[in-house]
Design a protein around this ligand. Structure first.
Ligand code: PEP
Ligand code: MN
Length: 339
């Protein structure tokens, strides 16, 4: 880090800062300018030093960290793209993976039908929510464990790995027993640190959705919680952020895709369904995501959107999903990838 001293700081102030850093096992290099003194700190901490302590010292103007607070997930620590293997399906490689399926698991027939349609469209992974984080406590909350079984049963016939949301750490063992292939952490839990720590102790891949108002650094730090525990199978999912605009559900932050691909070696996928919140927007947002470098998409599709119990207006029909897959392949090919 670099410590910039105020122009009116005294030699005694500078000495006190040096002593404080020495006590913290850090070496210093003092550069005295005509107007201002700058202290370079060598033996940079591992992100655990509370910089605000240094800012309380007399004469200190600003403490500027020069290393990133996130380590394992950063591209600095691993320059090559990481590929996450989800029960044999690779995310983060040349193939852009489209995960599709209903917002919520409703009936066995719905799941069986949806699995066939997801498979027929060419998708290699299936989604379905058994535990639903609903804004309204009186809305359908999902079938819970019964829903996990319905999802598993529908997807297994087509050998599709399943993606489903974990909200409560007490359900983790059940998820593992049921063989959930990819655990989704939703926007509302991105900074549920106890949940993230538990996910660090397993090896099941995790989709970490962006908190609806989360900054990029906060998102990376949340992933670092999982990685620090030993689970490096993390996939970021941009799902739109809350802004002043209310013409659509959320604003898809395409910029975040480019930013994340620079900052982390881990795969980045996009959920265009919860971003736009309308089925008609999904193709445009999906095209933008693939063009911007996303490694995958998480798309809501329902066998009959008009009958969906949850997020009916943003679900694609099976036909729309199949058509979108063809269209996305064209964009992917122009980038040397495929869908
Ligand atoms: C979902 O994918 O089902 C979901 C609830 O998404 P989000 O957490 O992004 O709102
Ligand atoms: Mn949904």
């Amino acid at each position: 880090m670099i410590i910039s001293m105020r122009s009116d700081s005294s030699d005694a102030d500078i000495l006190r800062v040096e002593e404080k850093l020495a006590a913290m096992d850090m070496q210093t290099h003092v550069s005295r300018g005509v107007k201002r003194t700058v202290i370079g700190v060598i033996g940079e901490d591992n992100g655990t030093t509370d910089h605000s302590i240094l800012e309380t010292l007399d004469g200190v103007e600003q403490v500027i960290p020069v290393t990133k607070p996130y380590k394992i997930v950063s591209r600095e620590s691993h320059t090559e793209n990481s590929v996450v293997n989800v029960s044999g399906v690779e995310i983060g490689g040349k193939t852009i993976q489209v995960i599709a399926g209903p917002c919520s698991v409703e009936t066995q027939l719905q799941m069986d039908t949806a699995a066939e349609q997801v498979f027929a469209a060419g998708c290699r992974l299936m989604r379905g929510g058994a535990f639903k984080p609903r804004t309204n406590p009186y809305s359908f909350q999902g079938h819970g464990v019964k829903g996990l079984d319905m999802l598993r049963q529908g997807a297994s016939r087509l050998r599709l790995p399943v993606v489903t949301e974990l909200m409560d750490v007490r359900m983790l063992d059940t998820f593992l027993e049921r063989g959930v292939d990819l655990i989704q952490i939703g926007t509302r839990n991105m900074q549920n640190f106890d949940l993230l720590k538990e996910l660090g102790s397993i090896q099941t891949p995790v989709i970490l959705k962006r908190g609806m108002s989360a900054r990029i650094t906060e998102w990376l730090m949340a992933a670092e919680y999982i990685a620090a525990g030993g689970n490096h199978n993390i996939i970021f999912c941009e799902r739109g952020i809350r802004t002043y605009e209310d013409a659509y559900r959320n604003m898809l932050d395409v910029t975040a895709i480019a930013m994340l691909k620079k900052e982390t070696h881990l795969p980045v996928i996009v959920d265009p369904s919860h971003a736009g919140g309308k089925a008609w927007m999904v193709p445009a947002l999906s095209r933008a995501a693939v063009a911007a470098g996303a490694d995958g998409l998480l798309i809501e599709m329902h066998p009959s959107p008009a009958d969906a119990w949850c997020d009916a207006d943003q679900a694609l029909t099976p036909e729309q999903l199949a058509a979108l897959m063809v269209e996305l392949n064209g964009i992917a090919e122009s980038l040397g990838r495929s869908v």
